[in-house]
Design a protein around this ligand. Structure first.
Ligand code: ATP
Ligand code: LTN
Length: 352
């Protein structure tokens, strides 16, 4: 499969589009979970109709924790197939792999030199990840949000749809624009806004509803991966931790586990949590779990089928990567050129 002529024309006009630009990505670790789907990719899908969207695979960010090289390589293809299987359209969106665009790391370095360590010290994700990976607290884990800022600023993104956990990184990105402009003046970057969905911005772990569902969790009972088989999904949802009460009521403070299941149910079914409370009057938690398991299995069944088909077509995945990288790089080069000019770095004479 290749891109249509219509799309090639669109690519050419890419930088002339009047639409706002959306950019987001996901670290290439584990497999995408219901949390990633509900908190992020479901929103990306809705936005692809009305914005110029760039969705990428953050493989460089994955290196901040130890990776098996062979698995990282395979997982990058698997992630692209998961994005596509979830309904992201490579004709409507620019989909690419972060490490294919060297401008990300170049801009990240320039921004690193402007970012005070005090700001990085405040990042809660760094604190959490360094507690989890005590034997590998590397400088990349620390400067992770600066690379993330470079990802966003290179493409002049207006809006960045993320889950709640990334809001702090977005705020830092906006601060970094300020540091840059104080030193070099305005004109290189847009100030991006975070877009955090109203519902499901923080899906919690199934066994420990006090912490967020995370795809790199060591205990796989804590998450449902979007490519888990039906049996696994049923088992994980039915064994999710809930309190010892019986009334089905949406109460995140006192019934965190149940509220989490109801949030998942609500987003996937389109019913409000109040509607769910009414539907389940007089019923037990077990009833809700059985229905939710069915809903999740049915929602993910076509995703898994698409995913399996895509993984048999590596040439197509390569093609999507190449097209995405070509389109992304045009924009990235434009921004980096401006940055080189204002910072006083001499552009390679043949690349001016
Ligand atoms: P890791 O375990 O490797 O840190 P993760 O599951 O936290 O991975 P990311 O790659 O960091 O996932 O995030 C991809 C996107 O999914 C981000 O926009 C993030 O905010 C969102 N996201 C991640 N976890 C959740 C969650 N539990 N609920 C809602 N959104 C989430
Ligand atoms: N850190 C993000 C992944 C990510 C990202 C980005 C998201 C890397 N670069 C730029 C939005 C914009 C995460 O979700 N863990």
């Amino acid at each position: 499969m290749t891109l249509s002529n219509r799309d090639k024309v669109r690519n050419k006009n890419y930088t002339l589009s009047m639409k706002k630009t959306i950019l987001s990505g996901s670290t290439v670790t584990g497999d995408l979970t219901l949390g990633n789907y509900i908190g992020a990719i479901n929103n990306w899908k809705k936005l692809q109709e009305d914005y110029d969207c760039l969705y990428f695979l953050a493989d460089l960010h994955a290196l901040t924790v130890e990776q098996n090289p062979k698995i990282l390589n395979q997982r990058t293809y698997s992630f692209l197939a998961q994005y596509l299987a979830l309904g992201l359209d490579p004709q409507k969106n620019v989909m690419f792999v972060q490490s294919h665009i060297h401008e990300h790391t170049e801009l990240a370095w320039i921004l690193t030199c402007l970012t005070p360590m005090g700001y990085l010290n405040r990042m809660t994700q760094f604190k959490e990840k360094s507690e989890k990976h005590v034997k590998n607290i590397n400088a990349g884990l620390y400067t992770y949000p600066v690379l993330m800022a470079a990802d966003i600023l290179l493409y002049q993104a207006d809006v960045v749809p993320v889950g709640e956990d990334q809001r702090q990184h977005l705020e830092l990105c906006r601060d970094i624009v300020g540091f840059f402009e104080n030193r070099y003046g305005p004109g290189c970057f847009k100030l991006p806004e975070a877009y955090v969905g109203k519902m499901g911005a923080r899906i919690m772990s199934l066994q420990d509803p006090e912490k967020k569902m995370s795809k790199s969790d060591d205990n796989d009972k804590n998450f449902v991966s979007i490519i888990d088989d039906a049996k696994k999904i049923e088992k994980k949802i039915k064994s999710a931790t809930t309190d010892s009460g019986t009334e089905i009521k949406y109460d995140p403070e006192n019934k965190a586990g149940l509220a989490n299941l109801m949030t998942i149910y609500s987003v996937l079914s389109g019913k409000s949590t109040t509607q769910l409370e009414e539907d389940y009057v007089g019923k037990m938690y077990g009833h809700l779990k059985v229905d939710l398991a069915d809903l999740v299995v049915e929602t993910l069944r076509p995703v898994k089928k698409n995913y399996d088909d895509l993984m048999k077509n590596m040439d197509y995945l390569d093609q999507v990567m190449v097209d995405g990288a070509d389109r992304a790089q045009l924009k990235a080069q434009e921004t980096l050129k401006k940055v080189y000019e204002v910072t006083g770095l001499v552009r390679h004479p043949k690349k001016r």
